[in-house]
Ligand binder design. Structure first.
Ligand code: ASP
Length: 439
């Protein structure tokens, strides 16, 4: 049995946090492969090392002096080394980094040093072997992650090691050039390692005890989620849940490996299990509510549209030609509405409108701005009658006007469009009817 454990930046921000992490790892000998992030914030106004590295490298890139900034980064690591009484010295590493910064080794190289150095310290502290991600996580020359080659290289390397530390967030092309995933990408590395070693579980340790049903900035003290499926989480992350990197579920999903989100500061909490499928009912009909503001709807009308084959394709062509992706397309008999991100659409709106006219010859087009989309997600909705009805009566009671509703045929989620200004109130009303009313 093998467990892969990934620790986020706040779990590794100081020597004290390192000690908590060590205790967690030692408690279970199956916790064999450790994926660390770079040191995060120790307190609210603190800086993440990754951000410090980006800023420092920008100075170097623009030919400015960066010695002071690099020394501040070195001090963050030294504090950890001293706090843990390690005998490691990072002096040579920092000399190399300074040299490479002067030679403009690239932003990805710079950012990756946060995880790289933390990995060296973590390996020394635990007595595990350090495996540089540049050797085992492979990107193609065009910058795309090469999942199959990585899986092969990583599997071969790790099957020879009982215990190892593999830094998160980066990898390299065949020529050795460093590449990173997008921000928060250590979650992806953890998932890739779990797939390669066919882990029994991928534990993702962070600073919250799992995933919450709704955003705590909107709902006071929301309930946590015990178990959620990959598909449910995918819907919710797309709509704004950000406990785990959006792409982190893909590698483990292929092997059906569950992800367990845990809290380094409260290791006794069970956290949230993210699984392929489960017979466990969620406590409530819904599993989670998420949403985003800043959408625009483009409503296209044409009499007898329903009989015109190819109308939808022509409309979407107008968006595609202008490089705009759409979110949802609910349709009526003589109308078709396309939801898009307002900030992407704004500059190109007139081009899109004239393209729709040219390609599809509609009777009229109307644009509505400042809309929010809310996703109500739950595997329990399939077997429960009246979910949509309950949502709409809750919204009507809260005086929220519903602009759009879209239910996928999987019955896993219902998407609701409301005005931006009704967003918070709508989420509170939905939470109240499904969760508070049942407590
Ligand atoms: N250190 C990187 C970041 O801040 C990656 C990570 O922590 O997952 O985005």
């Amino acid at each position: 049995m093998k467990k892969v454990v990934k620790f986020g930046g706040s779990s590794l921000a100081s020597a004290e946090q390192f000690q908590k992490v060590e205790a967690i790892i030692r408690r279970d000998p199956e916790r064999r492969y450790v994926v660390p992030s770079a040191p995060g914030k120790r307190f609210d106004s603190d800086n993440k090392v990754t951000d410090m590295l980006y800023a420092c490298y920008h100075l170097a890139e623009n030919g400015k002096e960066f010695g002071k900034e690099l020394a501040q980064i070195a001090a963050r690591y030294q504090e950890i080394i001293d706090g843990l009484s390690l005998t490691v010295s990072l002096k040579e590493e920092f000399d190399t980094i300074e040299r490479n910064f002067r030679e403009k080794a690239g932003e990805a190289y710079a950012a990756s040093r946060g995880e790289y150095l933390n990995g060296i310290l973590m390996a020394a502290y635990l007595g595990f072997e350090f495996v540089d991600a540049a050797e085992v996580i492979r990107f193609a020359q065009n910058g795309e992650f090469d999942s199959e080659l990585t899986n092969k290289i990583l599997r071969e390397r790790l099957c020879k090691l009982d215990y190892a530390v593999i830094p998160g967030f980066y990898g390299a092309c065949e020529d050795g050039r460093i590449r990173t995933f997008s921000r928060g990408g250590s979650d992806i590395t953890g998932s890739i390692v779990a797939r390669a070693v066919k882990a029994e579980v991928y534990e993702n340790w962070t600073d919250v005890s799992g995933i919450l049903i709704a955003d705590p900035r909107i709902i006071e003290d929301p309930e946590g989620i015990d178990t959620i499926t990959y598909r449910e989480l995918r819907e919710l992350s797309y709509m704004g849940f950000n406990v785990l990197h959006e792409e982190a579920i893909f590698p483990v999903r292929r092997e059906g490996i569950p992800i367990n989100i845990r809290n380094t500061n409260r290791p006794e909490d069970d956290g949230t299990w993210i699984v392929e499928s489960t017979c466990q009912k969620s406590k409530y009909v819904i599993t989670g509510i998420a949403g985003k503001k800043g959408f625009c709807s483009v409503n296209i009308e044409k009499a007898m549209m329903n009989t015109e084959i190819g109308f939808g394709r022509k409309v979407l062509q107008a968006f595609e030609d202008n490089g705009i992706s759409f979110e949802h397309i609910p349709s009526g008999i003589d109308t078709l509405t396309v939801f898009v991100h307002q900030d992407e659409f704004m500059d190109k709106e007139q081009k899109v409108v004239s393209a729709i006219h040219r390609l599809a010859d509609p009777d009229g087009i109307e644009i509505e701005a400042d809309l929010a989309l809310i996703a109500v997600v739950g595997r329990g909705m399939k077997s429960t009658r009246g979910t949509a009805g309950r949502i709409f009566s809750a919204l009507a009671h809260a005086n929220v006007n519903v602009k759009m509703i879209d239910q996928g045929s999987s019955e896993l989620n219902i998407i609701i469009g409301v005005a931006n200004e009704d967003f918070e109130q709508a989420i509170q009303a939905i939470y109240a009817i499904f969760v508070l009313a049942q407590l």
